[in-house]
Design a protein around this ligand. Structure first.
Ligand code: SF4
Length: 181
């Protein structure tokens, strides 16, 4: 068996969106999911995260993946979380919808050690995007589609590598546009 070296942590149940397909927030899911698990509808505390990181490190984990569901950047202390993880000498990966991120946020995230990021963008057309990411505003859409560009521009800081994640939505009947840098 290969060594396990990556651990995923969902630091928050919160999200800026409530996408229809989301098992946390989607229509028909949310009431059931959190109704049956009310203790999970919260943010992890810094103390809990620190303890998890320590145990992971002791176990030989070298990469922490802050993954959905729940949007990492919806946790009010995301900067402190990145700092803690970096201080433990661990590589950091994040999957984000990008909707909350200003250029300054992205600079900060790269400065704090975020090195690999996946941005979920369902379309570069606002009309299509807002069907999937609800309730998207023009600003959150623009944040999302600019996020890969800003991560790329700040790659000299922490060496952020990014990837697009696109889901094909049959009901949208829209051709996906993939932008390669
Ligand atoms: S952006 Fe992700 S975590 Fe947030 S509601 Fe949509 S699918 Fe769920």
């Amino acid at each position: 068996m290969e060594n396990v070296n990556t651990m995923s942590i969902k630091v928050t149940s919160k999200c800026n969106y409530a996408c229809g397909m989301c098992p946390f927030h989607g229509e028909g899911y949310s009431a059931d999911y959190f109704g049956q698990r009310p203790e999970l509808k919260r943010d992890m505390t810094l103390e809990e995260i620190e303890l998890s990181l320590k145990k992971a490190k002791d176990f030989g984990i070298s990469t922490i993946d802050f993954t959905p569901n729940g949007e990492f950047f919806a946790h009010k202390q995301w900067r402190e979380i990145l700092e803690l993880t970096s201080k433990n000498g661990m590589k950091i990966t994040v999957t984000t919808n990008g909707g909350l991120l200003s250029e300054k946020d992205i600079q900060d995230a790269c400065d704090l050690g975020l090195s690999h990021v996946a941005v979920s963008i369902d379309s570069i057309s606002y009309d299509t995007y807002k069907v999937v990411r609800k309730p998207a505003t023009k600003q959150s859409f623009e944040n999302a589609i600019h996020a890969p560009i800003y991560f790329k521009q700040n790659s000299h800081r922490g060496g952020a590598i990014f990837m697009f994640k696109c889901k094909s939505q049959n009901s949208l009947k829209t051709k996906m546009n993939l932008v390669i840098f």
